[in-house]
Design a protein around this ligand. Structure first.
Ligand SMILES: [Zn+2]
Length: 300
């Protein structure tokens, strides 16, 4: 997967319009940070994997991966504040596998702000953060501060995404017979999957309604609205409800029921952010409970 020769062979000498520095340098640096990001300790339990490399005039000024300089240290933070503390990095180009963060608990400073404050002129981004609290906000800070922003080439983005599949999937798939999730319902075609070991996969789908309401969709299985229910205990037998609509508006605090061949998925809409005047993102927070339709005598 990480054959540097492959990338160099593919890009060496190729003119890449508008790309500064040349694509060869880009691919070499990306290869390096991918290798770095894989070195991150506890990567299976602490996603995402992130690597960052700073380059100027063809020279590598420094490199860092997430967690290298301290537990949970962001790659860009470690690179700028520890590896290259006090070093003039103005005019350099940053390659990072994940969009720099846009929000940190004060007094900590978001990495996107740090990058701009240090005079870095260009940032190459391997993936936009799937977390709806961050997604494109880091990019927006860089834009506002006059930092040029580039995307990794498509094939290298695919490699970054594969390396971070666990992290990305955590915003697309929930596991277990109960749980909570928060995701951007404009991404992934509005879909969020819930996978239960015995009932199988439920596909929930959502689209914008208002600042405190969202449309729940399932054209194949239809959805049901247990009117007046505000907790899972309020639903005794989900098959008692009429599944008559492919789409229903669900307000914050209300429930909607999805179903598949293996059972029912009760979903409570906990919070809706609709990107309007008061919300700055398109974020849905839900909790769920699976009710299997397996007959009681077949339960272990
Ligand atoms: Zn950060």
């Amino acid at each position: 997967m990480y054959e540097i020769a492959k990338h160099e062979g593919r890009y060496d000498g190729a003119a890449y319009r508008g790309c500064h520095p040349p694509r060869l340098t880009c691919s070499r640096s990306i290869f390096r940070i991918q290798a770095l990001s894989l070195e991150e300790p506890n990567r299976a339990t602490k996603p995402p994997k992130v690597g960052a490399v700073l380059v100027r005039d063809g020279q590598c000024l420094g490199e860092c991966y997430r967690g290298q300089t301290g537990d949970g240290d962001h790659a860009e933070y470690g690179l700028l504040e520890k590896v290259l503390a006090g070093v003039d990095v103005s005019g350099s180009t940053l390659y990072t596998t994940l969009e720099p963060c846009s929000k940190r608990m004060p007094p900590r400073v978001p990495c996107a702000e740090r990058v701009a404050n240090r005079g870095i002129s260009t940032v190459w981004i391997g993936a936009y953060d799937p977390d709806p609290r961050i997604q494109r906000f880091g990019w927006a800070i860089l834009k506002r501060q006059g930092v040029a922003r580039r995307d990794f080439p498509r094939d290298l983005r695919a490699e970054v995404a594969a390396d971070n599949a666990i992290f990305i999937d955590s915003f697309r798939v929930g596991h277990g017979d109960s749980g909570t999730a928060r995701f951007d319902y404009r991404l992934n075609d509005g879909r969020f999957l819930v996978a239960d070991t015995r009932a199988g996969v439920f596909e929930t789908r959502w689209t914008s309604c208002s600042s405190d309401c969202i449309y729940a969709y399932d054209a194949a299985h239809l959805v049901a609205h247990p009117r007046g229910a505000d907790c899972f205990h309020d639903v005794d037998d989900p098959s008692a409800y009429e599944f008559a609509s492919y789409s229903l508006p669900v307000r914050e605090g209300e429930l909607v029921i999805f179903r598949n061949e293996g059972g029912y998925l009760l979903v409570r809409v906990d919070d809706v952010q609709d990107g309007g005047r008061t919300d700055d993102r398109w974020e849905l927070t839900i909790s769920w409970e699976v009710r299997r339709s397996v007959p009681a005598e077949d339960e272990p």
